[in-house]
Design a protein around this ligand. Sequence first.
Ligand code: AMP
Length: 171
Amino acid sequence: MTDLSKYIREVPNFPKDGIQFKDITPLLQNPEAIKEAVAQFLSLIGDEKIDKVVAIESRGFLFGLLLAEKLNAGFVPIRKPGKLPAETYAEVYDMEYGKDTLEIHCDAIKKGERIILHDDVLATGGTARTACNLVKKMGAEIVQCNFLVELEFLNGRNKLNSYAVESLLKY
Ligand code: AMP
């Protein structure tokens, strides 16, 4: 099994001092690593029937769409405000400084659909939690939240404690 950790580059002090950024672009350059990551995600999902993969802007889109294709599911983007063209639902959340908002198209998910929520990195969990709130408000079922990288010391999974959470690499 390919060790995916060697394809994650740590960039100190990006985007600001004190943040150790987990850069997934080396992984994206390597076709074997891409295949391995997709295979590991699929094995964590097992034989669950999935209707939609919902992924968070922007790095969540990369593996989110690959997973959707493999799962024979649809793909739904969650985006920063003002990016989605049609009618949206929005959810505001607290950031370190001030507030931010995530949006989803109102017609993107139907009641009762079975969802995978995906992003590249789980840090404090605020972003993923907000995305889950949007999906839940639309009446869908979150089967699993999954991430390439989890920063365990930030306890993000505590914010997602009503959902199954999986990550390929833990730091
Ligand atoms: P959080 O809401 O704190 O869980 O932050 C998650 C979002 O911020 C994800 O969309 C990540 O892409 C990004 N993020 C947070 N911390 C990092 C980090 N150390 N390295 C790379 N991306 C990060």
